[in-house]
Design a protein. Structure first.
Lengths: 220, 195
């Protein structure tokens, strides 16, 4: 038994065990095994090892696939070669959305019904909102509602300004608080006066750190 | 459901069929992608299980790998098997992900011990050996462990493993040689006792 053949067999035993060894290597190793008890014993041990594969992990394939899909949201495959021959032979590749939207009459009826309900609810809300705004013209005005002659200003006060002082400044200015404080501590004031002049006056107050008129769209 | 030879689920069962699926994926066929996904999810899951205990991380790496397959399908040139190509992507992604996480791989045998009380003896023996192998494998360096499981649990050839791990064939031989020596020591006679 040559030392070299033994070493080679020892190195290749794992692939003899898994059945992927081929050609002259396979022949040499098999020939060596006939005369080598140790390699035969090692091969048997490898078979045992191979049979003792640990249990597969407990994974959620469908959940993972759902995270990767819906297919419609997969980013496109890199270069998509235009292959008219193969493309024509392909089955129509449809995602679940396409299937849902395309030919299912029940689904369509349900969608239209839901849409009608949603429109009715929105219309009712709109009418109610318009009615109450008419009834009480001085009521709270939404920041984005740029209608009316009222201008708005954004004002920030020093963090330690007492509420009493804040109230005094706002009352003196003749404006009203219509919004705030925002996350950054800013207040929105509404006024019928010229906003630029009012902002100028407010800046004169020691407690005011910022006073800017808001534009027509409610942006500074 | 149709079960023609063109069916992606059927194609996913052979190496030639898989190559055909990759071609379709390159053309944007999502059904082909789903079939390949379902074929490889369990295989990659088992492969990655030896690298991290976190099932969430395993699923993430598998998804990451198969998304790369979707994106790069057109670059697959057929010079290797589809399985070699996909496992190579998975191995690279796993190495990268594990570097970022730096999570120690633990044996994890203890928490399962209580489940074995009522098993019959022969089954108990098998489970115990599987657990012992599991624990011993966890003690190996990542490169040895990877070469070992690609050989024994995924039945890959020497050249395929060299391709996946991007190193010479001789390096794989050496890695597995050392892995076996370590395992024999760690398993301490448990393999011989069963013959």
């Amino acid at each position: 038994m040559s030392e070299h053949a033994h070493l080679e067999a020892q190195e290749l035993l794992p692939w003899l065990a898994n059945g992927t060894l081929a050609g002259t290597e396979l022949e040499r190793v098999q020939a060596h095994l006939k005369g080598c008890a140790q390699c035969r014993a090692d091969l048997a041990a490898l078979h045992t090892l191979r049979a003792a594969a640990p249990a597969a992990p407990d994974l959620d394939m469908e959940g993972a696939l759902a995270r990767l899909l819906p297919p419609a949201e997969l980013p496109p495959a890199m270069p998509r070669p235009a292959a008219p021959g193969t493309a024509a032979a392909l089955p129509p590749a449809r995602g679940w959305r396409a299937r849902l939207a395309a030919n299912d009459a029940r689904w369509l009826r349900m969608a239209v019904g839901l849409q009608c309900c949603a429109i009715a609810v929105l219309a009712a809300l709109l009418l109610r909102a318009a009615g109450s705004a008419d009834a009480d013209a001085g009521a709270y005005r939404v920041l984005g509602a740029a209608a009316g002659a009222q201008s708005q200003l954004i004002v920030m006060f020093k963090p330690d300004t007492p509420e009493r002082e804040l109230r005094r400044i706002v009352l003196d200015s003749g404006a009203r608080i219509v919004g705030g404080p925002t996350a950054t501590g800013a207040w929105v004031l509404g006024t019928e006066a010229a906003p630029a002049a009012l902002a100028q006056r407010l800046r004169g107050q020691a407690a005011v750190t910022l006073a800017e008129p808001l534009g027509a769209e409610g942006r500074p | 459901m149709d079960r023609t030879p063109d069916d992606p689920a059927i194609l996913a069962r052979t190496a030639e069929g898989e190559a055909c699926l990759v071609g379709r994926i390159a053309a944007g066929d999502r059904r082909a992608f789903e079939a390949l996904y379902r074929a490889y999810f369990p295989r990659l899951g088992r492969f990655l299980q030896r690298m991290t205990r976190s099932t969430a991380l395993i699923e993430e790496i598998v998804n990451d790998t198969l998304l790369a397959v979707w994106r790069k399908a057109a670059t697959f040139d057929g010079s290797s098997k589809v399985s070699t190509w996909i496992f190579a992507i998975a191995y690279r992604r796993a190495c990268k992900a594990l570097q970022a996480v730096d999570e120690p791989v633990e044996a994890g045998g203890d928490e399962r011990e209580g489940l074995d009380a009522d098993r019959p003896d022969w089954q108990f023996e098998r489970v115990r050996l599987a657990q012992a192998v599991d624990a011993a494998l966890s003690a190996l360096p990542l490169a040895q462990r990877t070469a070992f499981q690609l050989t024994f649990y995924h039945d890959m050839s020497l050249t395929e493993i060299a391709d996946i791990m991007d190193c010479p064939v001789n390096t794989i031989k050496t890695r597995l040689f050392h892995a076996r020596k370590r395992l024999v020591l760690l398993l301490d006679g448990q393999l011989e006792a069963r013959q």
